[in-house]
Design a protein around this ligand. Structure first.
Ligand SMILES: Cc1cc2nc3c(=O)[nH]c(=O)nc-3n(C[C@H](O)[C@H](O)[C@H](O)COP(=O)(O)O)c2cc1C
Length: 186
């Protein structure tokens, strides 16, 4: 198996992510990988918000304001959880989908393109020894959250990629038998 395939088959999501985060130069490779996601009619529906340092505090404030203004019977415990969420990794990339009008390319195809860009990000990070995990939850696929993140109406938050250097014991890669998932017509 070549190194590219090894990277794909051994990629793992990581919950314990610490400093260092990838450098600006490394993130250039990551975004270039993301931007090679398949994209019907080259509509370029995908963009990213990269958050680090003080930006994590801004995201925490955004989650807090969203939660206070939109979640009924919000408990102190929930509010604490949401406020602390951005500090689980040294970097967060918000994956944004901006669907465009096109006679041949429905919105779902653009969403799928953005999702594959997300996977390319995780793969590029893993190839350089970094880790990540894709999270969604309360603050994704949510029409009201955009206002708190300064994104435009119609833009969708497809996920939050938590990024950093993996720490602790690595999760075992599950073994799956190819034959259980593949039907062949030949
Ligand atoms: C669209 C999407 C949303 C996800 N949302 C969450 C989430 O909110 N919280 C979480 O713990 N895992 C979430 N996951 C799952 C993890 O990212 C990860 O895939 C899972 O823990 C399995 O680990 P693996 O990728 O190493 O197989 C999500 C995955 C996808 C594709």
């Amino acid at each position: 198996m070549n190194d590219a395939l090894k990277n794909i088959t051994q990629r793992n999501s990581h919950r314990n992510l610490v400093m260092p985060a990838p450098s600006n130069k490394e993130m250039q490779y990551v975004y270039q990988a993301a931007l090679r996601a398949p994209d019907h009619a080259w509509l370029r529906p995908t963009s990213f918000i990269e958050i680090q340092g003080k930006g994590l505090e801004k995201l925490s404030e955004a989650f807090k304001s969203y939660a206070k203004e939109n979640i009924d019977s919000l408990s102190e415990e929930q509010l604490k959880k949401y406020t602390e969420a951005p500090f689980r990794a040294p970097m967060i990339i918000i994956l944004i989908n901006t669907p465009k009008e096109h006679r041949m390319v429905p919105e779902i195809e653009q969403l799928m393109s953005t999702a594959t860009a997300g996977q390319n990000i995780l793969l590029a990070l893993s190839s350089m020894g970094y880790g990540g995990i894709w999270r969604t939850g309360t603050f994704a696929f949510n029409d009201k959250v955009g206002k708190y993140l300064d994104i435009k109406k119609g833009q969708q938050v497809v996920g939050y990629l938590y990024v950093g250097t993996p720490e602790g014991k690595l999760k075992k890669i599950p073994e799956m038998k190819t034959k259980d998932f593949v039907t062949k017509w030949d």
